[in-house]
Write a protein that binds this ligand. Structure first.
Ligand code: PLP
Length: 443
């Protein structure tokens, strides 16, 4: 049975909170609702009461730079009235529908996704999150190939459900091991710290070619798919060398293995193209999408599949489904979001502002705390030098928070990913603030 928080006089943790403590929104919320990925007493709450464009507003209306686009999803920027109106109109007309329902927003979304997706990717499975898109990609890869093993990379994140976590290489997987059977690990295109210890001028693309060795040793007839993020997201913003994705395509074609690009993070303009793989003109067999597809205004995950593969399910059963499949509000939100990207040329803006961001980050290389920076579109990653201590990085994190910059600092990696609508002056102002904070805390 739940209790009204305002009537509780003691917290369940330590018994010292008073009724007046609990009047604050943060405390009321924390009483009954979990924070994710955190010990509850160590969570960093993000106060939010509204927003506009590249900014959101805190509890009492103070302005925050959204340099993480909430959680890398608010690509369009905050409170876009076109999307809000589309949500209202859809809710007024049809707010709940069976997965097999036929309605305008669903048909239109399919058309728009086919328009912006690479090559002949033109059939879409609509779910609720990036993790679900990955789960369904895994299932469909097994249905299509009859094979069970998959290859995924070491420094990767594919979502928090059990299947997606099993594909994930980063430490979020560890508490849940063993996960899915048959996930083989490949090295990442982490050129700054090449896993083979090579410098860029001696790179022979070992991170890609070694995959062929894995395939041959395991038996190509056992491997269904390779999963790889277009540009690695929260594990380091690795931008692969130009020949990397074409090489993956070549290997997959050679062995009849499906190539699955996880574009949950890098899709919908984040890198200055609709999808990161567009930079290398590669058409994967499947693409997983989420985040920017609705800019976070409603939950949606999408799995895009090439026409030639999708047609198998014209006669065979697609053993995949969800109660909230193709939710009307999510479909209408995605339609309005994609149209807004197109109307405002936001993919082009991401490219232009991203080039500026790249140059700005590179210009910081004279500072002793600078390790490396990489940037594609509005996806910048700054890697601090090895001598920067944990203590100093923690102080920097606090300082960024106190200066009202919402940004992800994870270990030595600072991810700079503002909404794609950001203006040059806003970007510059935010970067100046970040530089100030870094200068204060790192040497
Ligand atoms: C590359 C990538 N794939 C999948 C996911 C999982 O998406 P979701 O959190 O919507 O399930 C994420 C989330 O951050 C991601 O960055």
């Amino acid at each position: 049975m739940t209790q009204q928080s305002s009537t509780i006089t003691e917290s369940s943790n330590d018994g010292v909170n008073t009724a007046s403590d609990l009047t604050s929104l943060k405390q009321r919320q924390a009483q009954h609702v979990f924070y994710t990925w955190s010990a509850q007493n160590q969570a960093t709450p993000i106060p939010i009461s509204g927003g506009q464009g590249a900014f959101f507003y805190g509890e009492s209306g103070e302005r925050w730079f959204d340099f993480e686009s909430q959680v890398f999803n608010c690509n369009l920027g905050h409170q876009d009235s076109r999307v809000i109106e589309a949500i209202k109109a859809q809710a007024d007309q049809l707010a709940c529908a069976h997965p097999a329902a036929v309605f305008e927003a669903k048909a239109k979304l399919g058309e728009l996704l086919a328009q912006v997706s690479p090559g002949d990717i033109n059939k879409f499975f609509l779910c609720l999150s990036g993790a679900e898109a990955i789960e369904n990609a895994y299932k469909i890869a097994r249905l299509l190939t009859g094979r069970k093993k998959v290859i995924a990379r070491r420094r990767s994140y594919h979502g928090a459900s059990m299947g997606a976590l099993s594909l994930t290489g980063d430490p979020r997987r560890r508490p849940f091991e063993p996960g899915l059977w048959g996930v083989l690990r490949a090295e990442d295109p982490y050129c700054y710290r090449c896993p083979y210890g090579l410098k860029p001028d001696s790179c022979a693309l070992q991170c890609a070619t070694s995959i062929e060795h894995i395939i041959e040793m395991e038996g190509p007839e056992t491997i269904a798919a390779i999963f790889a993020e277009g540009v690695t997201g929260s594990n380091g913003g690795f931008i692969p060398p130009p020949d990397y994705w074409p090489k993956l395509r070549e290997i997959c074609d050679k062995y009849g293995i499906l190539l699955i690009a996880d574009e949950v993070f890098s899709g919908f303009g984040r890198t200055g193209k609709w999808f990161a793989v567009d930079h290398w003109n590669v058409v994967p067999d499947m693409i997983t999408m989420a985040k920017g597809v609705t800019s976070g205004y409603a939950p949606l995950g999408v799995l895009g599949i090439r026409q030639s593969l999708a047609k198998r399910f014209n006669d065979e059963i697609l053993w995949c489904g969800l109660t909230s499949y193709a939710h009307p509000i999510s479909c209408a939100t995605a339609v309005a979001t994609i149209q807004a990207y197109q109307e405002d040329n936001l993919i082009e803006n991401a490219k232009e502002q991203g080039e500026y961001l790249r140059k700005q980050l590179a210009s910081w290389s004279t500072y002793s705390w600078y390790g490396h920076s990489r940037c594609l579109g509005l996806f910048g990653t700054l890697e601090f030098a090895d001598h920067c201590t944990e203590e100093a990085l923690l102080a920097l994190k606090k300082s960024l928070y106190e200066h009202k910059i919402h940004i992800l600092l994870k270990g030595r990696l600072l991810f700079i990913t503002p909404p794609l609508c950001i203006k040059r002056t806003e970007l510059q102002e935010g970067l100046d603030l970040i530089l100030n904070c870094v200068q204060q805390h790192l040497t």
